[in-house]
Design a protein around this ligand. Structure first.
Ligand code: AKG
Ligand code: FE2
Length: 372
């Protein structure tokens, strides 16, 4: 048995950056106050507020989550400490994209498209703390802080994700636990908490890549939670196909729906296109450290449309489709692993100049690979 890690390393405290003073074209994202969730009529009220946001934007912000600023800052400081480790240490547990495995450290090794500019982002994806993942390797630093990371990991699911899934079920007139049951924390899934850092680039380098740090894309799982942070760089494609900046909401969590939730709802819940670009001038030289939770469907959950009266009524789902849906259905694990492999198991990242006509497909499930 490995020796228990007795003392914690010193953390490199992370300090948040000031917000940009540049006036940007911000996306008008709906704010959902989850502190109302348990009040009488609260869930229904929140579901009504969320309905339009999920159908049209696929992006919204939650506040009143119960996750404290102190907990958030502590996670960011642990993340900051991790990224300052020597590369050899970070490499000890690495993502294995040859099998679409996103758990572990992602090193910025790839060139952007056909340029000589390298990726500027590193990440660490931490699987859930449940017996299913006991044997998954973790870095010593992560083990040393497990008493803080593990409860935080589960708290995000319990306090935020579970509630959002209940709201989706109400919107779709399904039993309240319909989506919760397909994303349970204690069942196996590719869910991960993510630490992610973007390093600043020079004006000249950013120019070569069209200032796009990550090309337009949809996320692979069901739901992405981005703990709101002050360095502006994330843009969402609006219902009118215009890029809008996502504004910082202190203490809030920006959420977006992703591919598998769109499959489970026949496209009613929108898997929204977004990208990451060079920050505005007053923030362009800052390190951009972020904390995320990527929610994936349960490994064994079939990607079939929910039997929702709303989907039937609004013409998303025909009787014939409903009958055929479960034949040869793709599972959550199959889709997510294949999608991660397709996007990441390559030597160069995609760039806006590439032809954006690539379609990714697993059996009947189809998405556009990336967007300009
Ligand atoms: O860094 C961000 O704000 C978003 C990152 C993102 O879109 C992703 O990792 O899928
Ligand atoms: Fe994304």
């Amino acid at each position: 048995m490995p020796a228990p890690v007795s003392s914690k390393p010193q953390v490199e405290t992370w300090t948040n950056h000031p917000e940009t003073k540049v006036s940007l074209d911000w996306a008008p994202l709906q704010i959902i106050d989850l502190s109302k969730f348990d009040a009488p009529g609260g869930k229904q009220e929140l579901a009504n507020e969320l309905r339009d946001a999920v159908k049209r934007w696929g992006f919204w912000t939650v506040i009143g989550t119960g996750v404290t600023q102190e907990q958030l800052d502590r996670q960011l400081s642990i993340a900051n400490t991790f990224f300052k480790l020597p590369l050899e240490e970070k490499r000890k547990v690495a993502c294995d994209f040859t099998v679409g495995n996103y758990f572990g450290y992602r090193e910025p090794t790839r060139f952007v498209g056909n340029t000589d500019v390298k990726e500027n982002m590193e990440m660490l994806n931490l699987p859930k703390y449940t017996p299913n993942y006991d044997s998954v390797p973790r870095h010593d630093l992560v083990k040393a802080f497990e008493d803080e990371i593990a409860p935080f990991h589960r708290l995000v699911w319990d306090a935020v994700i579970r509630k959002i899934f209940v709201l989706f079920a109400i919107i779709l007139e399904l039993p309240e636990n319909y989506f919760v049951d397909r994303h349970l924390y204690d069942e196996p899934s590719e869910d991960h908490l993510r630490y992610m850092i973007y390093h600043a680039r020079s004006v000249a380098e950013d120019k070569k890549i069209g200032e796009q740090w990550t090309a337009g894309h949809t996320d692979f799982g069901s739901l992405t939670l981005l703990f709101s942070q002050s360095v502006a760089a994330l843009q969402v494609r609006s219902p009118d196909n215009e890029w809008k900046w996502v504004k910082h909401v202190p203490g809030g969590i920006t959420c977006n729906a992703a591919d598998t939730l769109s499959f489970l709802t026949k496209g009613y819940i929108k898997s929204t296109i977004h990208r990451v670009v060079r920050p505005p001038a007053d923030q362009a030289s800052l390190e951009r450290l972020g904390l995320f939770y990527f929610v994936r469907p349960g490994d064994n959950v079939p990607m079939v449309p929910a039997p929702s009266p709303v989907l039937r009524r609004e013409g998303y789902l025909t009787e014939e489709e409903e009958k055929r849906a479960s034949e040869d259905a793709v599972t959550g694990y199959e889709y997510v692993r294949a999608r991660v492999k397709n996007v990441h198991d390559r030597k160069a990242t995609r760039i806006a100049e590439d032809k954006p006509d690539a379609v990714f497909q697993v059996k009947n499930l189809k998405v556009q690979d990336y967007y300009v």
